[in-house]
Design a protein. Structure first.
Length: 317
């Protein structure tokens, strides 16, 4: 049958909860994803699994009962397999991490060092890409976990929000605005923009100007965060960015200044996406915990940390 374990889990959740909407809330995924899983399972089975009627709601058919019973057994076996694999993990593990491209140079190395200090020797493969690529890599199983913003395609995955990352202005040292305690978009209107030229990022950054009815002059563009920082330092213009360096090895060299934006602008949330949900292998859970703590330990003036009490409000549904 051409149906995944995840889709089987969705079908079983509907049987347990009694409705698609209730299963959607429990799993924290969209109702459309659950409906697609049901349709795929019914197509593979060649029979209806649920009868859906307005008067009586959703009921499991006799064939559906057999499917759900077999599905539960299969999911229980998968859980037991994952638990045993966790116990039998070798000294050298491997993990494939996807991250939004600028993050690689800004904080990923520091996080991976902390992770290896906890779990021991680990072979790490880092896949750096834009938001669309990351969603595709995770969906196809090319990466085990993704660290990104919540901008663009929604991840059909378990989401752990870390912090909100407000935008700020990067200016060359000696710039007329460099001494300001904060700046508004209006203050920047007459200065050329050095643009971080990544898919979706461009739209987000230019939308900040659009909110003020301003069309900026783009004086330089690059998809590399480091090149943007170098271009600002060289006097090509100013840049609006969200993420800041958070480790000593990546701090600014004194040729640029960062100033907060005073406008109440939308701030993306830094998040971790994975397909394991609450049943994470030990090394995946350790990696999530490391990156959450990395930002909890950072300057609270720069990152609005999402508290544990608010996490359930921000899951990707």
């Amino acid at each position: 049958m051409s149906i995944s374990l995840r889709q089987i889990a969705y079908v079983c959740a509907v049987a347990d909860c009694g409705s698609i909407q209730a299963a959607s809330r429990r799993l924290r995924i969209s109702a459309s994803s659950i409906l697609a899983a049901i349709e795929s399972a019914e197509f593979s089975l060649g029979a209806r699994i649920f009868d859906r009627r307005r008067s009586s709601g959703i009921k499991t058919t006799p064939g559906g009962e057999r499917f759900v019973a077999a599905g539960r057994s299969l999911l229980a076996a998968e859980t037991d397999f994952q638990r045993k694999i966790g116990v039998l993990q070798s000294q050298t593990q491997s993990i494939r991490i996807g991250c939004f491209e600028p993050f690689g140079a800004l904080f990923m190395t520091e996080g991976i060092v902390r992770f290896r200090d906890i779990v021991g020797r680990t072979d790490v493969s880092l896949f750096e890409g834009d938001q669309t690529q990351l969603a595709d890599w995770l969906d196809r199983g090319i990466v085990d976990i993704v660290i990104s913003y919540d901008i663009g395609p929604k991840f059909n995955a378990h989401i752990t929000p870390i912090c909100r990352v407000p935008a700020h202005v990067m200016l060359p040292t000696g710039h007329p605005l460099a001494e300001a305690e904060s700046l508004s978009i209006d203050d920047l209107a007459t200065y050329p923009l050095v643009l971080l030229d990544l898919p979706l990022t461009v739209s987000y950054l230019l939308s900040l100007y659009d909110l003020h009815g301003i069309k900026p002059t783009v004086g330089f563009r690059s998809r590399s965060y480091e090149t943007v920082r170098s271009a600002v330092s060289a006097g090509f213009g100013l840049a609006i960015l969200n993420m800041r360096p958070i480790t000593r090895s990546n701090m600014d060299n004194g040729s640029v200044i960062r100033v907060p934006l005073s406008d109440p602008l939308p701030a993306p949330t830094l998040q971790i996406a994975d397909l394991y949900g609450p049943m994470k292998p030990v090394h995946i859970k350790a990696l999530v915990d490391v990156f959450v703590s990395l930002f909890r330990d950072s300057d609270p003036a720069h990152f609005a940390v999402v508290t544990p009490e608010r996490r359930h409000l921000i899951f990707d549904v």
